[in-house]
Structures are given as structure tokens and as C-alpha cells.
Design a protein around this ligand. Structure first.
Ligand code: ADP
Length: 429
């Protein structure tokens, strides 16, 4: 099976969020199943040809995905000239023009290449136009994966109508997007494709997100040694951030500061009450400027209890997953969410709004804490509940961490589900 996997980002080459993680870790899992998978991403300005040993032919760059042998094609260099990924993927109007150019070049590449994919696997709105163009070509099956419906839904609409098969990144999100609350104005289109729409849960790369072998941690640890390991990582993090106490609960927030999705304002409104109940908080995020300012200003009001780091910092993210006691995920919607899975793997319990993939992956009271109402009050209550377990029922807290660390969010099972979707997309030709 030959598959071209097309996305706006792929870790470790370029990443701004979960899509980058997925595009960097699902293809290797599919390759293990025997799929001849290759990746195409935009050739952003910051992709350094020397660092990635890029070979260029007919304007297309070629490199490999990290340590794997998977070819990565870098497309449309001239379209993205002067544009880094952090400018291209922040929700501006220009983005549509850039990705329209990207789609045109990707289709040209497919037409010209001697290696012909049997399935074109496109991700999110960025690839919609390519799906439309390829829809007329009966020799290529098409699959659209919806990672997030909320960006450029008008563009995504065309992809939803054109793709032969569609999936969303968790079973629960696949159901939610058929309802007015989550469909972003695309209910009719999505309902018309209901028979071809399934949910496949994302996984995480267990060799990359591994507290046992994570070079970014102060001390590595596993399911036997986590108590000592986490204690030391927490101590380092606390002193690095200028927080005051290793005994008080440390709550982390890591993510894009997108108020529409990530519950940034709900969280901001809760900060004072969380500090009043004795919690310490660290925020790592970038995104919408106003949200960045609100979070930074609020956190500066409680020195010793809160710290805000407004930047993209891969290494600090790892240290927070390892050093925090719990991770806050107050998202209004969350197609799948990777950070809760990463947190659990690092023995950090997620406290999350029960929505989308968060509901599929967290077991309330067993591997984390879920709450139903999307509000600051809901969040504060959930933290109060978990704080009580942390403080007064340490035996139960320890049990929950053991269970969370024992969960399996590796890619194997989902990769098999994608292989089935490829077969379906190809069979529909
Ligand atoms: P989304 O895809 O909506 O951004 P996910 O939970 O699926 O959310 O994935 C987020 C990914 O991006 C995780 O790997 C997380 O560690 C990373 N991330 C988000 N913001 C930052 C940041 N400021 N610094 C470092 N990593 C970040």
C-alpha cells in the first residue's frame, strides 16, 4: 500500500501543536505495518536544508523523518518564503492563500512523481483544495482526517465533501461534530457524510514521550521509581520557576493560548481561587496576544505561587509533564488532545473538561479527574476535589498515578484502524 501523508507540520522537523506530533508518529507506526508511507509538508523558511540534509529536485526538497527512513517531501518553498510555521498557523487570512498554493504544488508533485500513491491522506483544512482536485482522479483514494474543525471551516467544507473517507481524531469528537454545538456551521455537510465518518483515537510516540529515557529531564524514572523521580523533577522545576514550595500541589497548563478552544479565559478567571486554596500554577503557552497578556499579568500578581512562560519551549514542556502533580485542561472542545496522554505517561494526573477525546482517554477518579460544566466554577470544583485526594488520601493519589502510567496510548491499535481506512478509500475507487 502506497500512501502520501500530507500535513501542515510534522515533528521533529516543524511543530506548533498536536498535529505535528501526530504527523511525526503515526507514519512510523504505519510503516511498521508494511505501508509504503511518505510525507509531504510545506517548505517553511525555518527548515534548514543543512540541518535536515535536504536534497532538492525540481523545486521539491527531500529529507527523512527523524531517525526513520520515511521520506519527507518539502513543497512550495516559494509560497512560504519569509514565512515560518509560527506565522503560517495562527489563524490569519493570509494562511488560506499560502495553503492554496501548497495544495496546488502537492497535486503537481503527485502528477509528476514516478512514485504514485494509492491513497492520499490529507489532514485538516490545509489540504482541502488538494482533495478537491484529486477527487476527479479516480486512480487515487482520498482520506481526510479532521484534527480540528474550527480553523477555516469554509475551506475545510470542500475537503469534507470531496474526500472518499473521513475520520475524526477520537470516537467522541466524531459524534460531537454532528451536533450544532461543535459542528462549526458544517452540520449539514458532516451529516451528509455520516456513513463515511469514523473516529480513530490518536496515540503518542512512546519512544519520544518516555520518562525513562527523556534527555530533557533532570532525573529519568519509570513505573517503579516515579515517586523519587517526580519529587526531584518537581524540586528542580519549582526552583527554576521561582515558586515557593515542593509540598504544595503544582498544577501545569501547557498549550496554545487559543481562547476559542483551550478555555484560556475560564482558566484565567479561576487562577485567584486556585491560588487561594494553596495551589501553585505554571503556564507554558503562546498564541493569541490578548490571552498571552491576560495570563502573564494575572500570574505576575501571585509571585511564588504562579509562573507564566509565554513562549514555545519543547524542553520546558517535558519538565512540566514530569515535575507537575496535575495538568489542567479546561478546553471548550478538544478533538483528541495529546497532553493528557503525555501527562499520564509521566505520572501527572489530568484535570479536564469532559469533552471530545478527553472523555475517551481519561477515567474519572481512576486515571484523572473529569468535570462536566464548562466554567471557572466547574474547573475550581474539580481542582478542589483532586486537591483533596492529593492532600488527604495520598494512598489513592498514588494508586491513580500507577493506573495512569499503566494506560496504553501507543499508536499500534490506531495504526491498524488507519490501514483499514486506506483499504476502504482504495476500494471505493
Ligand atoms: P493542539 O493540537 O490543540 O495544540 P494537543 O494536546 O493535541 O493540542 O497537542 C499539543 C502539543 O503541543 C503537545 O505536544 C504539547 O506539549 C505541545 N505544546 C503546546 N504548546 C506548547 C508550548 N508553548 N511549548 C512547548 N510545547 C507546546
Amino acid at each position: 500500500m502506497r500512501v502520501l501523508y500530507v500535513a501542515a507540520e510534522a515533528a521533529p522537523i516543524v511543530k506548533v501543536g498536536g498535529l505535528g506530533d501526530v504527523a511525526g508518529s503515526l507514519p512510523p507506526a504505519l510503516k511498521k505495518l508494511g505501508v509504503d508511507i511518505r510525507i509531504a509538508i510545506p517548505w517553511y523558511e525555518e527548515i534548514d536544508p543543512r540541518k535536515w540534509q535536504v536534497r532538492e529536485r525540481d523545486g521539491v526538497g527531500e529529507t527523512k523523518l527523524g531517525e526513520s527512513e520515511i521520506p519527507v517531501y518539502l513543497i512550495a518553498r516559494e509560497v512560504f518564503a519569509g514565512t515560518g510555521i509560527h506565522q503560517a498557523i495562527v489563524g490569519t487570512a493570509q494562511e488560506e492563500r499560502w495553503f492554496s498554493g501548497f495544495c496546488e504544488r502537492v497535486v503537481e508533485f503527485v502528477d509528476r512523481s514516478s512514485w504514485k500513491p494509492e491513497v492520499f491522506h490529507g489532514n485538516d483544512w490545509h489540504v482541502s483544495e488538494a482533495l478537491v482536485r484529486l477527487g476527479a482522479d479516480r486512480s487515487i483514494g482520498t482520506l481526510l482526517t479532521i484534527h480540528n474543525l474550527s480553523y477555516h471551516p469554509k475551506v475545510l467544507r470542500q475537503g469534507i465533501l470531496a474526500a472518499r473517507v473521513i475520520n475524526a481524531v477520537s470516537p467522541n469528537y466524531a459524534k460531537e461534530i454532528l451536533t450544532a454545538e461543535f459542528c462549526e456551521g458544517l452540520c449539514e455537510e458532516l451529516r451528509s457524510r455520516k456513513a463515511d465518518l469514523v473516529g480513530v483515537l490518536n496515540g503518542i510516540d512512546y519512544s519520544y514521550w518516555d520518562p525513562k529515557a527523556d534527555p530533557r529531564l533532570d532525573v529519568t524514572y519509570d513505573s517503579q521509581t516515579w515517586q523519587e523521580g517526580k519529587r526531584r523533577n518537581k524540586a528542580t522545576l519549582i526552583s527554576e520557576l521561582g515558586l515557593s514550595s515542593t509540598d504544595r500541589i503544582l498544577l501545569g497548563f501547557v498549550g496554545r493560548l487559543d481562547p476559542h478552544q483551550k478555555g484560556v479565559l475560564v482558566f484565567a478567571n479561576a487562577i485567584e481561587r486556585l491560588v487561594a486554596q494553596g495551589a501553585q500554577i505554571v503556564v507554558l503557552g503562546t498564541g493569541e496576544r490578548r490571552s498571552e497578556r491576560i495570563i502573564a499579568t494575572l500570574c505576575s500578581r501571585f509571585p511564588g505561587s504562579t509562573a507564566a512562560v509565554i513562549r514555545f519551549d519543547e524542553a520546558l514542556a517535558h519538565r512540566i509533564y514530569a515535575g507537575a502533580d496535575a495538568l489542567l485542561i479546561p478546553s471548550r472542545f478538544e478533538p483528541c488532545g495529546l497532553i493528557q496522554m503525555i501527562a499520564m505517561r509521566y505520572g501527572t494526573l489530568p484535570i479536564a473538561h469532559a469533552v471530545g477525546g478527553l472523555r475517551d482517554t481519561i477515567r474519572d477518579g481512576e486515571t484523572g479527574f473529569l468535570y462536566e460544566d464548562y466554567s471557572s466554577r466547574g474547573l475550581v470544583r474539580a481542582v478542589t476535589r483532586s486537591h483533596g485526594v492529593f492532600r488527604d488520601e495520598s494512598h489513592r493519589w498514588v494508586e491513580m498515578i500507577r493506573r495512569a502510567m499503566g494506560e496504553d496510548f501507543s499508536w499500534e491499535r490506531s495504526a491498524r484502524a488507519y490501514l483499514k481506512l486506506y483499504e476502504k478509500a482504495r476500494a471505493l475507487l
